[in-house]
Design a protein around this ligand. Structure first.
Ligand code: PEP
Ligand code: MN
Length: 349
């Protein structure tokens, strides 16, 4: 349930609302927006609480949140959230591109890639140190040594780092090096891992499970948020369909759907969703045109020699061209923001 305070309500009105809610043993989540203050009520809500709230001074409206995910829902938090990573704002009007190799391989690969993606306009550097591989015989990443190389590339370029964490026991170590912790598609429903990243004070990107409906994905974000970590973003990375030409299928509708259901930033991964380098740019442009707040793109100095995901990796030149085209789409979009439900167009589900 949310309690929307009237524009002319006083701090005393807000304190009384909070006191009454807490009297029922419920938790309160206050979001002070530019336009209005919204009080979220968390817990098992007694049937008559709505009536009790509606008559309090300074209360404009009381709305029941119908979704099973609360903190992640737009009903609960009507204003879009922006996650700050240093001075990079994710979820605002400028899409943020995160780029780098699938996996960290050596110092030269990391540092040259970091410099190249930065020069082309990427704001965040990606690279996997702990790799979830389908086959146990594939390269599974450099582990902590890989984290150290990511840190080195960050020192060289100033680019913040996003990297995957796979095990609950690794969360603290990965958080020492990473600026954003990535939950991979295969771990979207690893609840112990979600609990653990919920306890830290670092941004988290929850990739969509490749067979997960929107609700399960948003509930995964809810797990993280329920522990107090509200710095959560989502990434559509393709779902499993019957087509095998592409590795997965990017669900482009996921972008406006998530923007409608949730206030969290939503990014897209055109690399893992397509599996083919020549499809990465067109699919990236589609995601940006659909309103994505950013992209996660694999780039390698020599894709033919990549230890992981070479066929979907862009060369530096491919990436620079992708960025030029992304800028052109963004410039066109700036005339009209895409996918944010405006009150004038709201027509129910
Ligand atoms: C990745 O981004 O490195 C990755 C493994 O992606 P996903 O979990 O979406 O397959
Ligand atoms: Mn990869």
């Amino acid at each position: 349930m949310i309690v929307i305070m009237a524009k002319d309500s006083t701090p005393q009105d807000l304190a009384e609302v909070q006191r009454r809610i807490e009297n029922h043993g419920l938790a309160v989540d206050i979001s002070q927006g530019v336009e209005r203050t919204v009080v979220g009520v968390l817990g098992s809500i007694p049937p008559d609480l709505k009536d009790e709230m509606e008559v309090l001074l300074g209360v404009a409206e009381v709305i029941r949140v119908t979704k099973p995910y609360k903190l992640a829902s737009r009903e609960f938090h009507p204003d879009s959230s922006v996650v700050m990573v240093g001075d990079v704002a994710i979820g605002g009007s400028e899409p943020v591109v995160m780029a780098g190799p699938c996996s960290v391989e050596d110092e030269e690969q990391m540092v040259t890639t970091a410099r190249a993606v930065k020069a082309a306009g990427a704001r965040i550097l990606r690279g996997g140190a702990f790799k979830p591989r389908t086959s146990p015989y594939s390269f599974r990443g450099m582990g902590i040594e890989g984290l150290k190389l990511l840190h080195l590339a960050k020192q060289e370029t100033g680019l913040p780092i996003i990297t995957e964490v796979m095990a609950p026991g690794d969360v603290d170590t990965v958080a020492q090096y990473a600026d954003i912790l990535q939950i991979g598609t295969r771990n979207m429903q690893n609840y112990m891992l979600l609990d653990e990243v919920g306890r830290i004070d670092k941004p988290v990107m929850v990739k969509r499970g490749f067979a997960a409906p929107y609700e399960e994905w948003l509930l995964a974000a809810e797990y993280v948020m329920s522990w107090g970590n509200r710095q959560v973003m989502l990434c559509e990375r393709g779902i499993r369909a019957f087509e095998h030409y592409t590795r997965f299928t990017l669900d482009v509708a996921a972008i406006p759907v998530v923007k409608r259901l949730s206030h969290l930033p939503i990014l897209a991964d055109p690399s893992h969703s397509t599996g083919k380098w020549h499809l990465v740019t067109p699919v990236a442009l589609a995601a940006i045109a659909a309103g994505a707040h950013g992209l996660l793109v694999e780039v390698h100095p020599n894709p033919d020699l990549a230890k992981c995901d070479g066929p979907q990796s862009l060369t530096f030149q491919n990436f620079s061209s992708l960025m030029d085209q992304v800028r052109a789409v963004v410039a066109a979009l700036h005339q009209e923001p895409v996918g944010v439900p405006s009150p004038a167009h709201r027509r129910g589900p």
